[in-house]
Design a binder for this molecule. Structure first.
Ligand SMILES: *Cc1c(COP(=O)(O)O)cnc(C)c1O
Length: 469
């Protein structure tokens, strides 16, 4: 399996090489040059596998420059019940006779980002050790991504993590989760500013190519194809578990922001997994819902991005969306490049002529949710099933309920646990969430964090001081 760019300007490259790079050199994203096809007989064989074994089978289709025996070890090290708080790793939970949740949030930071990040941490360590190389991850986070990356990379050889977050703007739980890590290779920095300021500092330092190279800076953002590949696994897992009683096709609803999670579902479907519909759910930041409804893609700036009660979906420029458009354009990089040029010039592009293909060819539908919808959905699910769902998952359930067709079973991906967003849960149902036993004590641990001004040079100096070269 080799990788090419969505804009046509990358000669076929091995997985390990694209793993450590961000964007392709032509500004596009790396994608598999051709997808493997999985037939029904293979699916039946895979039914017997546990999660780590299934991950080994699927990831070794995408990663062909690392021996399968190594991938097996990395999967076993990533997906076990010491890391995940459930013996199935990804449990399925029925909320009524039509909708089932796919529990992707049993990992160390209680959100689905752990599913891919745990594997990414282990494969980074393997590739860096093989190459006798080092990598310094510089990132910005508003909460979920930063903690998932830190828990995946803590104590790993060859990697140091420098994570910027907005000072005083994360929840108490998120702060405790990140800042209590005492591993030597983890550096938390809070910047006196907002998330966008942190992001701007990361961009300024990463765009300084001389600095980036000298200090071996890398990233773990959601455009990394290693993360997408690891996410493909749970679509297969969910299908295998949901069809044990003989159902054949299922539909899946995905709470979406950067289009990374649902892109993995699209890839699974293109590989032949019998998914009837992929339903994309957004919150009030509905750029993607609008695209699937109208065919017009019009990303918004940060000043037009609302702060909502499902904050991990407050995104108005979906970084993975280009990979779907590449398939829509029949994998013609020239056409994709022309669309992104148009986007830069006029701020939008119009694919309404292709609209009839969104559902017919790719199974895509979409819907949006509001704060009130979120509260109502958390409440009704709680009253009907006793389950408490988080605000992002609630956006998914709300949109899923509007898209139940012809008796096809519907799965909704549970992208976080409610504990992470206790305020909204209390607002919805008046229940105060308690820390589970395995996390009790977290809030009392000492915290390690460096506070800085919103100043690139201050961060640069800190990196220079702390990166061992
Ligand atoms: C990251 C995140 C999302 C959005 O996922 P994308 O891959 O960016 O579409 C949704 N919910 C939660 C809880 C998240 O952390």
């Amino acid at each position: 399996m080799k990788y090419v760019s969505t804009r046509g300007g990358l000669s076929p490259t091995e997985f390990s090489d694209i793993l450590l790079e961000g964007l392709a050199p032509d500004g596009g994203l790396c994608v598999p040059s051709i997808l493997p096809r999985i037939d029904t007989a293979t699916l039946e064989v895979w039914r017997r596998l546990n999660y780590a074994e299934l991950a080994t089978e699927i990831l070794s289709l995408f990663i062909t420059d690392i021996p399968k025996s190594v991938i097996r070890e990395l999967c076993a090290k990533s997906y076990h019940s010491g890391n995940f708080n459930n013996k199935d790793i990804v449990p399925l939970k029925k909320i009524d006779d039509k909708i089932t949740l796919v529990g992707l949030s049993e990992g160390p930071t209680l959100a689905f980002k752990d599913m891919a990040m745990q594997f990414l941490g282990n494969i980074f360590e393997y590739v860096l050790t093989e190459r006798d190389a080092t990598l310094n991850i510089l990132g910005a986070t508003s909460g979920d991504t930063g903690s998932a990356a830190e828990y995946a990379l803590r104590g790993k050889k060859g990697v140091q993590v420098f994570m910027l977050s907005p000072h005083g703007r994360m929840s108490e739980f998120q702060r405790a989760q990140m800042f209590s890590l005492s591993d030597e290779n983890i550096y938390n920095i809070t910047v006196k500013g907002v998330f966008d300021d942190c992001q701007d500092i990361v961009k300024a330092l990463s765009n300084d190519l001389e600095f980036k190279e000298k200090y071996h800076l890398g990233a773990v953002n959601s455009i990394n194809f290693g993360r997408i590949a690891a996410q493909v696994v749970y679509y297969f897992w969910a299908w295998l578990r949901a069809t044990e009683d003989g159902a054949q096709r299922i539909s899946i609803t995905v709470p979406s922001g950067n289009f990374g999670n649902i892109l993995a579902g699209h890839i699974a479907r293109q590989m032949g997994l019998p998914i009837k519909r992929l339903v994309l759910a957004t919150n009030e930041n509905n750029v993607l819902e609008e695209f699937f409804r109208t065919g017009i893609y019009r990303p918004r700036g940060s000043e037009q991005t609302y702060k909502t009660s499902s904050p991990s979906m407050d995104i108005s420029k979906a970084s993975n969306f280009e990979r779907f458009v590449y398939d829509l354009m029949h994998q013609d990089g020239t056409k994709v490049k022309a669309l992104w040029d148009q986007l830069a010039d006029q701020g939008y592009f119009d694919l309404s002529d292709e609209k009839h293909r969104f559902e017919a060819e790719f199974g895509f539908l979409s819907g949006a949710s509001s704060h009130q919808d979120r509260l109502d959905t958390i409440k009704s699910v709680y009253e009907e099933s006793g389950l408490i769902i988080d605000p992002h998952t609630a956006d998914g359930v709300k949109v899923a309920r509007e898209n139940l067709h012809d008796g096809v079973p519907m799965l909704v991906l549970e992208t976080a646990l409610p504990l992470k967003f206790a305020d909204t849960i209390q607002e919805a149902i008046g229940v105060k969430m308690e820390l589970p036993e395995h996390l009790a004590g977290l809030m009392d641990l000492p915290q390690y964090v460096e506070v800085m001004d919103n100043d690139v040079e201050q961060v640069r100096a800190y990196l220079q001081k702390n990166i061992q070269r």
